[in-house]
Design a protein around this ligand. Structure first.
Ligand code: MN
Length: 204
């Protein structure tokens, strides 16, 4: 089964500059990206590598380091691995039309809970991918991010969505040395790759 069939069915290769390949695979590390995307509504696309795709969630308010805050995260279609390098403009008329910047990126380690608030990081990539697959099935994954803007231990927990939809999760920051009260993604508007904001990517 092609995990990217949904992704491909939603886009036309000849009309969008978005990547369709998964060529750039780190042999040892799992990667993540957060892309800030001004589509019909502004949101942050949070993507974690697992089993040759980028698992994806749209987070309207973006990730936070504030451990007291939960952020709604709507799971979306799996994306190709090379999507993590995409920064640019999705043309008018295409799915998700609007500018995209790489808001943050880096690597991550899946975590398992040993006992209450004691977590172990899984450093072996294939072991980590198994933990992620199991967690996705159960509707709860834990992971430690190593990015430029966001770092530390997080969880994504599936919740019962409104109107019978089955794609609602909550993104939460665990309390640790990286927790920061009042952290708002919008206070850090620049791409970690180009230094540009969404407005600077989008010619008027
Ligand atoms: Mn998006």
């Amino acid at each position: 089964m092609d995990k990217l069939s949904k992704y491909k069915s939603m886009r036309e290769r000849s009309k969008t500059p978005e990547p369709f390949t998964s060529k750039d695979i780190d042999p040892k590390k799992l990667v993540f990206v957060v892309q800030k995307h001004q589509a019909t509504a502004l949101h942050y696309d949070f993507r974690l590598e697992a089993s040759k795709v980028m698992l994806s969630w749209a987070v309207p308010k973006g990730p936070t380091l504030d451990s007291k805050v939960r952020r709604l995260a709507m799971q979306t279609e799996d994306h190709p691995l090379d999507y993590r390098h995409f920064e640019g403009i999705i043309p008018k008329g295409e799915y998700g039309a609007g500018p995209v910047i790489i808001w943050d990126r880096g690597t991550y380690l899946p975590e398992i809970e040993i006992s209450k608030s004691v977590r172990k990081q899984i450093t072996n990539k294939s072991d980590g991918e198994k933990i992620m697959e199991e967690g996705i099935k159960k509707g709860e994954i834990k992971f430690f991010l190593k990015g430029k803007k966001i770092n530390g231990s997080f969880a994504l927990v599936k919740i019962k969505g409104w109107s019978g939809r089955d794609n609602s999760w909550l993104l939460v920051k665990h309390q640790d040395q990286y927790s920061k009260e009042g952290f708002e993604a919008k206070d850090f508007p620049k791409s970690v790759v180009s230094g540009k904001t969404l407005d600077q990517i989008n010619p008027k």
